[in-house]
Design a protein around this ligand. Structure first.
Ligand SMILES: Cc1cc2nc3c(=O)[nH]c(=O)nc-3n(C[C@H](O)[C@H](O)[C@H](O)COP(=O)(O)OP(=O)(O)OC[C@H]3O[C@@H](n4cnc5c(N)ncnc54)[C@H](O)[C@@H]3O)c2cc1C
Length: 488
């Protein structure tokens, strides 16, 4: 990748940011035959794109808000993603438990509309259930006042693994994608952006990279890059933190997830089976500070535990939390001060300098966002027009076994094989890359992840020809991050 970076005098499209949006854009552009390069300052999907609720969804909540166009678009993308990445996305059954008399008809009708909107790409009909039928699907639901439930379907996925799969597909179409390559500045000629300055943060070496178009796809960091372009730029992002707690399957045995459409403060709450554990969340907390490793607030942990406890026979306690993670939503500022009401839609802007910024949206719609921004980039830079071909494109790895999410019970031989694979084929550079995003061990059980870190570091050091100092540094860095995945 670095050799290609050095040998190409000018690129058609240069993308800053290797989350869902940037990687999707790289794939879209490269598959249209454009010379495409992408830079990610940390690891691919290290930010928000590995900390989602893991749902490929139309958004029942947006239906409640009456945002029909957004839901229709997302449902279409949901259906296509299930076909294009069957190795990472699957059909997930949800139940909305009913405790009030009006809930069954209200959610029943709403979810029928949701089915109808999905049309041929629907994942299964929504069904009204009696109390007994509801309990047979989710035996740990609190029975007091339970009158029944409504079943519906959405998609569930592994976000970080999907990001890697999109990156690999982009590379198959000749894109160059580099992780640990922060963009440190913008190249300008006559006030127009014509490339970027990048640095390899693992070696310290820097490059000047020329490109006909530069696309800023940096999520919650959008304003930082916009300020590189125009120091007087006024922020357009209003970051909002969402956290998840991970607990054992005993709290939600079986395959059905729970969806609470409205908690008493008006939020949506999920309990979803994921890789043999259960993910509980989420929250919507406005934050001022942007960090690559945001940390859940005490109030958020208490909120999730208290509210989910109201729906389960056994209330999860802090000591039951195996891992917790926080992500920052790149919400586009509106007039309202409440983040839950800000636009979840995506926004594309073109600066006077020509730099294009894409922000907002959600994981589910990454492909459509990419299509839109590349269309605009082609128009803007007068590049050769070719149609987008990603709608029916199978993603890399769809026909191969996936690296397991948990490594607890792997033998050293198996672990070595998977580490070799993720270094050779997935640009895994650090112990944290492997334990957090190539596998999902850190998000599933932080203690197991810390226990495994020394073995992973030792194997990686052999593969990458690193010394003892590197091993110690890697373990220390990993532990410093991992301790924030457990409540005190
Ligand atoms: C709690 C939570 C739950 C969510 N759940 C869902 C869900 O279930 N389903 C769904 O569809 N969506 C969900 N979303 C939304 C979805 O996760 C985001 O919309 C999506 O991940 C945003 O991707 P992105 O690429 O725009 O941003 P990011 O993932 O933040 O990627 C931006 C990247 O840019 C990089 N970057 C920044 N500055 C530079 C620089 N100078 N040089 C190089 N790289 C740089 C960053 O390191 C980062 O990796 C959720 C979001 C949150 C917060």
């Amino acid at each position: 990748m670095i050799q290609q970076l050095e040998s190409q005098p000018e690129w058609d499209i240069c993308i800053i940011g290797g989350g869902a949006t940037g990687l999707g854009t790289a794939l879209d552009a490269a598959s249209r035959g454009l010379k495409t390069i992408l830079f990610e300052q940390y690891d691919f999907a290290k930010g928000t794109s590995s900390k989602s609720t893991k749902l490929v969804h139309g958004g029942v909540r947006y239906l409640q808000q009456g945002n029909i166009r957004l839901v229709m678009e997302a449902l279409k993308e949901r259906g296509q993603l299930l076909k294009n990445a069957p190795h990472l996305v699957h059909n997930q059954q949800f139940i909305v438990p009913n405790y009030k008399w009006w809930e069954k008809p209200f959610y029943g009708i709403g979810l029928k509309i949701y089915d109808w909107m999905a049309g041929k790409l629907g994942l299964g009909p929504s069904v009204l259930l009696s109390k007994e039928e509801t309990l047979s699907l989710v035996p740990t639901l609190d029975t007091e006042g339970l009158t029944g439930g409504v079943v519906y379907h959405d998609g569930q996925f592994d976000d970080a693994r999907l990001a890697i799969s999109i990156a690999q597909t982009a590379v198959q179409h000749s894109a160059v994608v580099l992780n640990y390559f922060p963009v440190t500045g913008l190249l300008k000629m006559q006030q127009k952006v014509c490339g970027v300055w990048v640095k390899d943060s693992l070696t310290g070496k820097g490059w000047e990279v020329k490109s006909k178009v530069v696309i800023n796809a940096t999520g919650v960091f959008t304003d930082t890059v916009m300020k590189m372009d125009d120091p007087k730029h006024e922020s357009i992002i209003s970051p909002s933190q969402g956290i998840h707690l991970v607990v054992d399957k005993e709290f939600l045995p079986g395959d059905t997830a729970i969806m609470v459409p409205r908690t008493d403060d008006g939020r949506v709450l999920f309990a979803v089976p994921w890789h043999n554990k259960v993910v509980l969340g989420t929250t919507d907390t406005p934050v001022k500070r942007i960090s690559a490793e945001p940390i859940p607030f005490e109030e958020e942990i208490n909120f999730v535990l208290t509210h989910i406890g109201r729906y389960l026979t056994k209330d999860p306690q802090r000591s039951d939390v195996k891992s917790m993670f926080a992500g920052l939503r790149p919400l586009v500022k509106g007039k309202s001060k409440k983040t839950a009401a800000l636009a979840r839609d995506h926004l594309v802007t073109i600066a006077d300098s020509g730099m294009i910024t894409i922000t907002g949206g959600k994981w589910t719609t990454y492909r459509k966002m990419a299509e839109d921004v590349v269309n605009i980039a082609i128009e803007k830079a007068g590049l050769e027009k070719r149609n987008c071909i990603t709608a029916d494109m199978k993603l890399a790895g769809h026909d191969k076994p996936v690296i397991p999410a948990e490594i607890k019970s792997l033998t050293i031989g198996e672990l070595t094989t998977f580490i070799q694979k993720s270094i050779a084929e997935e640009m895994c550079m650090t112990v944290e890359d492997f334990l957090s995003r190539r596998t999902r061990q850190l998000l599933l059980d932080a203690i197991v992840a810390m226990e495994k870190a020394p073995a992973v570091a030792a194997i990686m050091s052999k593969e990458m020809d690193k010394d003892q100092t590197w091993i110690i540094e890697q373990i220390n860095n990993f532990n410093a991050i991992a301790k924030n995945y457990l409540p005190d």
